[in-house]
Design a protein around this ligand. Structure first.
Ligand SMILES: Nc1ncnc2c1ncn2[C@@H]1O[C@H](COP(=O)(O)OP(=O)(O)OP(=O)(O)O)[C@@H](O)[C@H]1O
Ligand SMILES: [Mg+2]
Length: 316
C-alpha cells in the first residue's frame, strides 16, 4: 500500500503588505510515497520543501489538489490521517526551563500517547540523548535539540515519519548518527520516512528514492541507484592498475575510450564489457589495484533535472 499519495497539489502565498503579489510555493505536485521507503525531498532554499511538508501535515490549506495519508484525505480527516504520523517541521517547540525528560513527558501527556517510562527511556537511548536527558533544554546544543525533537516525533510509534531538514545544524558525527538512527527505524520497525534536505550527499547514503524540487515543482523522481550512477547501461568506472599505457591500448582495442585522471583511468562501460576488460588485463599481465563505479555529482544532476522535461529515456 502507498503510505502517502500527493495528487496535483498547489499552494500560493500572498506576500504580506504587497497587494496582489503572490508566490506559488508548491506547483501541481503529484507524488507517491511507498510504505517502508526512505524518501528524500531535495531542493535549494525556497524550493518549496517546507511548504509541501506543511501541506502533508494539514498545517496549511492547499489551493487545489489533495493529499492522502494511509488512504485518508489530510484536509478532510486530519486527525485520522495523522494518527500514525510523527513529524518535525522547523524548530520543535519545547520548553527551555524543562529538562529533556520533562519535555518528553509533557508531550506524551499532550498527545495522549500512552508511553511508559521504560519505552521513553529506550527512545532517549535510541536518539543518543541518554547522558543529557536530565539537563535543562535551554542548555542543549542545536544537535541535541534536533535529537529531542526526533524523540518527541517517534514516541507514539508512528509508521510514517515526516522530517523537515532534521540534520540542520548537526556536526558530521551527528549527521552520521542521525542517518544510522533513520536506517535503524526503517529496518527494525519498517517506518516510512520522508526527509527534506538541500544536501545530496546526506541523502545518498540514506534514501531509497529522491525527488528534485525546483521552484515549487517536482522536476524528477529517481531511485538512489539512478541518482548515483545514471539510468543508462553504461556507467563510469575508475581503474587503477600497474601499466596504464598497456591498459589504454587494451581499452581502445575493445572500441572504448579511456581518459586519464591522476593515477586512474576513466572508462564508460557496461557490466559485461568491464568484466571482459578485467579478464584481458589479467591475461596481459596487468595488475589491477582498484576498480570503482563512479558516483555522479550533485551539479550534474541539477543540470539534468533543470531541463524542461526529464524522462528516464531522455537521460544521457
Ligand atoms: N508564510 C509565507 N508567506 C509568504 N511566502 C512564503 C511563506 N512561506 C514560504 N514562502 C515562500 O514560498 C517559497 C517556498 O518556501 P519554503 O519555505 O517552502 O521553501 P524551502 O524549500 O523549505 O526552503 P528552505 O530550504 O530555505 O527551508 C519561498 O519563495 C518562500 O519565500
Ligand atoms: Mg524549509
Amino acid at each position: 500500500m502507498r503510505a502517502i499519495e500527493i495528487q496535483n497539489i498547489s499552494k500560493t502565498y500572498r506576500i504580506a503588505k504587497q497587494k496582489n503579489r503572490t508566490v506559488r510555493a508548491v506547483d501541481s505536485v503529484t507524488l507517491d510515497i511507498e510504505e517502508g521507503e526512505i524518501f528524500g525531498l531535495l531542493g535549494a532554499n525556497g524550493a518549496g520543501k517546507t511548504t509541501l511538508i506543511k501541506l502533508m501535515l494539514g498545517l496549511i490549506k492547499a489551493d487545489s489538489g489533495r493529499i492522502l495519508i494511509e488512504g485518508y484525505d489530510v484536509a478532510l480527516y486530519r486527525e485520522k490521517a495523522l494518527t500514525s504520523v510523527g513529524a518535525i517541521v522547523e524548530e520543535p517547540t519545547l520548553f527551555a526551563d524543562f529538562t529533556g525528560w520533562e519535555n518528553l513527558k509533557y508531550f506524551a501527556r499532550l498527545q495522549n500517547a500512552n508511553v511508559s517510562d521504560e519505552k521513553l527511556r529506550s527512545i532517549v537511548e535510541l536518539v543518543g540523548l541518554k547522558d543529557r536527558i536530565d539537563s535543562k533544554f535551554k542548555g542543549y546544543s542545536l544537535g541535541m535539540r534536533q535529537r529531542l525533537g526526533i524523540a518527541q516525533a517517534i514516541m507514539h510509534s508512528p509508521s510514517i515519519l515526516i522530517l523537515d531538514e532534521p540534520t540542520n545544524g548537526l556536526d558530521p558525527s551527528g549527521i552520521v548518527e542521525m542517518r544510522e538512527l533513520f536506517l535503524n527505524l526503517k529496518k527494525e520497525l519498517g517506518v516510512t520516512i520522508i526527509i527534506s534536505s538541500h544536501i545530496l550527499s546526506e541523502m545518498q547514503q540514506l534514501c531509497d528514492r529522491v525527488a528534485f524540487m525546483v521552484d515549487g515543482e517536482i522536476k524528477a523522481v529517481k531511485t538512489m541507484e539512478e541518482v548515483n550512477f545514471g539510468v543508462d547501461k553504461l556507467k563510469k568506472y575508475s581503474i587503477e592498475c600497474s601499466d596504464m599505457q598497456k591498459a589504454i591500448e587494451i581499452i581502445v582495442s575493445q572500441g572504448m575510450i579511456a581518459t586519464q585522471e591522476n593515477d586512474s583511468l576513466i572508462v564508460r562501460a557496461g557490466q559485461s564489457e568491464i568484466s571482459n576488460l578485467v579478464k584481458l588485463f589479467v591475461k596481459n599481465g596487468i595488475e589491477l589495484y582498484g576498480l570503482t563505479k563512479q558516483k555522479r555529482r550533485l551539479e550534474d544532476l541539477y543540470k539534468e533535472v533543470s531541463q524542461p522535461v526529464t524522462t528516464d529515456k531522455q537521460e544521457a
